[in-house]
Design a protein. Structure first.
Length: 425
């Protein structure tokens, strides 16, 4: 596995110049501290290396030449972060030579985490930027498509298959206390290392319904103990193209960005931003803990046991704790209407929106830091009609699993959702 030179020592003479000699015991303690710190600093979460897609290809080629094992290659990929989009075309090329499933898993993670980025410049069309009139004409075609076709989609059902990838930061422990109250939450340990990499967790297949392009909430209430099970759930359907396009149009912020290729076809990419006053983008994430503490805890030693604990301390040895102190945890959703920005990917000939990206603008003090959604649309045949509907979504999230109780010093958890829609009817 590669390593990073994170600790650069000064020359010996410079380190010692003008300083009082360090006693041997203090020097020994300092060495022990460094031995503890170095593994932490070298862990993937601390030392993520930002590279381009081209550099990723070179890295995988060099690891293949060195005959590295599946676990060794996967370990390398856990330590990098892409600065460009890993497109599906490039990913399909890379996975042909991967040494095994662990490497394949990390390539899926890299694809999802880079889904909202710009592809490498070599993958972008060399077509000149169109003039202002042409840019406006493309937007007008998209508006006509959204209002005349997408917003008129019939009632549809589909199967949504979702893969969940998540890092392994645990949520806060549920409930505890001297008298015991940990009944409502599973507190069994899940993962041992609180700072680690994103990995595959599970898959779920659910039926979905939509009408006029708007996905409906599930008919039955989800009884899963989200949050308590150390996972989150997105309880609001994916952003709707019709609503987002109208709000972006009303905000007057749709601006030309670039040409790009989607499924081998040249599309026009436009940026937009919607301020909170005009936004209806609901962010609804379940669930986060609210920890409450009540009662009193009295600690005692062997000398104070009789005075503090009385008969409770009989045979208790050197010391302990008595009292009725306990904590309890309740769970709540984070829900807000957020301003947002994003991009539309528009077919310049038909006005069909082939992709939409929305990125919620959330406060750094909130328990939810990031909800970025990319929706890819594609053709489907229903009866004798050709329609365009969501085919794939990628959602990047970042939350504080400890909720409001983690305000003093929190860890964050990243969860990626990759979903595909099939069996439209």
């Amino acid at each position: 596995m590669g390593s990073y030179n994170l600790l650069k020592q000064k020359p010996h003479s410079e380190r010692q110049r003008g300083r009082t000699p360090i006693p041997d015991r203090d020097l020994h303690m300092k060495r022990l501290i460094w031995l503890v710190l170095i593994p932490l600093l070298a862990s993937p979460a601390w030392a993520a290396k930002r590279i381009t897609v081209g550099q990723l290809e070179d890295l995988l080629h060099s690891l293949e030449q060195a005959k590295k094992t599946d676990s060794e290659v996967a370990a390398e990929l856990k330590q990098i972060e892409l600065t460009e989009e890993l497109t599906r075309v490039t990913m399909n090329t890379l996975v042909r030579t991967v040494p095994g499933p662990m490497t394949l898993e990390q390539i899926y993670v890299l694809e999802a985490r880079s889904a909202d980025l710009i592809p490498p410049e070599s993958d972008l069309p060399a077509t000149p930027t169109p003039n202002t009139a042409t840019q406006q004409a493309i937007v007008a075609k998209a508006e006509a498509y959204v209002r005349g076709s997408f917003d008129q989609l019939p009632f549809l059902t589909a199967t949504k298959a979702t893969l969940r990838f998540q890092d392994n930061v645990d949520a806060v422990a549920a409930s505890s206390g001297i008298v015991g109250s940990a009944r409502e939450v599973d507190t069994a340990p899940a993962f041992s290392n609180p700072v680690s990499f994103v990995h595959y967790v599970n898959a779920a297949v659910t039926p979905v319904e939509s009408e006029h392009g708007i996905e409906k909430p599930p008919a039955q209430k989800d009884k899963t103990a989200w949050g308590e099970n150390k996972m989150i759930a997105l309880e609001e359907p994916d952003p709707n193209l019709g609503a987002v396009f109208q709000e972006a149009r009303d905000a007057g912020t749709i601006q030309w960005l670039r040409w790009e290729l989607v499924n081998g076809r040249q599309v026009a990419v436009y940026s937009f931003a919607v301020q909170k006053a005009k936004s209806h983008l609901t962010v609804d994430v379940c669930c986060f803990p609210n920890v409450k503490q009540t009662g009193v805890a009295r600690f005692y030693t062997s000398l104070s046991a009789g005075a503090v604990a009385g008969s409770e301390a009989a045979g208790g040895g050197g010391g302990g704790v008595t009292g009725n102190f306990q904590t309890s945890t309740t769970w709540h959703n984070y829900k807000t209407i957020a301003p947002y920005h994003g991009e539309f990917f528009i077919d310049p000939d038909t006005g069909i929106v082939m992709r939409m990206i929305t990125e919620a603008e959330l406060n750094p003090s909130d328990v939810v830091h990031q909800v970025d959604t990319r929706i890819d649309y594609g053709p489907l045949k229903i009866g004798n009609k050709m329609l365009v509907a969501p085919m794939r979504t990628i959602v990047n999230t970042l939350v504080i699993p400890n909720g409001d109780s983690g305000a003093g010093g929190y860890s964050t958890r990243r969860t990626l959702f990759i979903a595909e829609y099939k069996e439209y009817k």
